[in-house]
Design a protein around this ligand. Structure first.
Ligand code: ADP
Length: 462
């Protein structure tokens, strides 16, 4: 029986969704919309005009040149197309305008639904000091260090650093993308590090506000996925480990994070749910933590759908994109925490169009493509033989996801999936992923966020 949306005045119903993104995530959102019986409008840049996935949308409209600033980040053009096509909602995907509070507000001011949190939630979580304050209020454990801006007074700053204990990390309140932070190992370089980071923050993020916290030396990256409706209901859908990173970019993700006792993670996740209820959060979101020596330390909240959402979908059985859209329609959550049962183990490999040795982006035409198939395998991609990878955007061309009863079986399934996959005509990171899934340290599980870079270094000298 089709579900009937229950609307309140904040969440008018909609039957057409504008997808303000490109590539695999645009296609993923399109599929969720279709499965929910919704019509779709997809916008694109001139560089993506030939993309065959556009034909799957009810409307595929070019809004500007290849440069993202003039197309995928062009708020006015997107809103104009939304109005012209009668779209009632806008899905921003990830990246681009997905964490832009002004865009969320503009969409809602235009009488449409932003499929994501309110501008207020995005702004609070986008300010790392405000986010930390909100988390402390909800009982979410944070990295040791004050949830306030660093003062100008040098003696006061020295006292804060001494109190936390070196090494400390100085971070920009408005920072993002792994930029605007600096590790300080001892007091002799403290003031110099602060002034350099402050200048960077002023230039890159428009605010010089900084804060300081303990620098954790061997943490893992563990995150908790939440799902909230607009009626105050919220659940968490399990956890993921995304410690396999290169330059703060995730390469492989898995769910659940291996080896974390449930009695350690459960209270943390429950506090995340409380935080969502306290700030009136709606839709999907991710609480990112550093995990070290059995302790969880909040670093930031991503107020959007994430690249790695499929591993949680596979283990929880919840279609996160559909759930996000239903929440935006005002439909109350149809599950409570006791209904969330996670099963088995899932991995995701990000397939990037890049040189596996130099990591330089590799644009061009895919001349041949063989994708893996069989039980336990899922592929999220928009590419096909003949597809031309444009040089202008993120190098992610697809995601390989496996799900198996145990982590060991999931590793075997991923090895097979990677072996079956062939992409000709461009360079990809497939050789690197294949080698990583043969690595004993990785297979053992629970490696820290520095593991991949050290492993790459060892490989380059051998
Ligand atoms: P961004 O918003 O720029 O991604 P985050 O606060 O999420 O910034 O931090 C990005 C990365 O920087 C983390 O994944 C971790 O590798 C490192 N990092 C941040 N804070 C700390 C800390 N207190 N101790 C150790 N590493 C940290």
């Amino acid at each position: 029986m089709p579900q009937v949306a229950q609307h309140d005045e904040r969440t008018p119903g909609f039957d057409t969704v504008l997808i303000a993104n490109r590539g695999e995530i645009a296609l993923r959102i399109l599929k969720a919309c279709k499965d929910l019986g919704l019509k779709t409008v997809m916008v694109c840049s001139e560089a993506d005009r030939q993309a065959s996935y556009g034909a799957l949308a009810d409307n595929f409209i070019c809004i500007g040149p290849a440069s993202a600033g003039k197309s995928y980040l062009n708020k006015d053009a997107i809103l104009l197309v939304a109005r012209m096509t009668g779209a009632g909602a806008v899905h921003p995907g990830y990246g681009f305008l997905s964490e832009n509070a002004a865009f969320s507000a503009a969409v809602e001011d235009a009488g449409m639904v932003f499929i994501g949190p309110t501008a207020q939630s995005i702004a609070t979580m986008g300010d790392k000091i405000a986010a930390k304050t909100a988390m402390i209020a909800a009982g979410v454990p944070c990295v040791p260090g004050p949830d306030s801006e660093l003062p100008d007074d040098k003696a006061a700053v020295e006292a804060i650093a001494a109190d936390i204990g070196y090494p400390v990390i100085v971070k920009a309140a408005g920072g993002g993308g792994g930029r605007g932070m600096r590790v300080v190992t001892d007091s002799s370089v403290l003031h110099e590090s602060i002034s350099t980071t402050r200048e960077e923050a002023r230039q890159a993020f428009g605010t010089p506000a900084l804060y300081m916290e303990k620098f954790l030396q061997h943490p893992r990256h563990v995150e908790i996925q939440v799902l909230c409706d607009v009626h105050g209901n919220a659940v968490w859908l399990g956890h993921r480990d995304c410690s396999m990173q290169r330059r703060h970019q995730k390469v492989v993700e898995e769910a659940p994070a291996p080896g974390i006792p449930v009695d350690i993670i459960e209270p943390v996740a429950t506090a995340c749910v409380t935080a969502c209820q306290q700030i009136g959060y709606r839709g999907v979101g991710t609480f990112e933590f550093l995990y070290e020596d059995g302790g969880f330390y909040f670093i930031e909240m991503n107020t959007r759908l994430q690249v790695e959402h499929p591993v949680t979908e596979m283990t929880s059985g919840v279609d996160i994109v559909q759930a996000q859209i239903k929440a935006a329609q005002g439909i109350p959550l149809d599950i409570t925490q006791v209904d969330v049962v996670t099963e088995g183990h899932a991995f995701e490999c990000r397939i990037n169009a890049e040189d596996p040795e130099t990591f330089l982006a590799s644009a061009g035409t895919i001349t041949g493509l063989r994708l893996p198939s069989g039980p336990s395998i899922r592929v999220d991609t928009h590419v096909h033989a003949g597809y031309k990878v444009p040089p202008y955007y993120d190098s992610l061309i697809g995601k390989l996801i496996v799900h198996a009863p145990t982590r060991a079986e999931a590793i075997i399934a991923m090895r097979r999936a990677l072996a079956e996959t062939e992409i000709d005509g461009i360079s990809t990171n497939l050789p690197l992923l294949r080698a990583l899934f043969e690595d004993e340290g990785f297979a053992a599980g629970g490696t820290d966020i520095h593991y991949l870079e050290k492993w790459l270094k060892r490989r380059s000298v051998s």
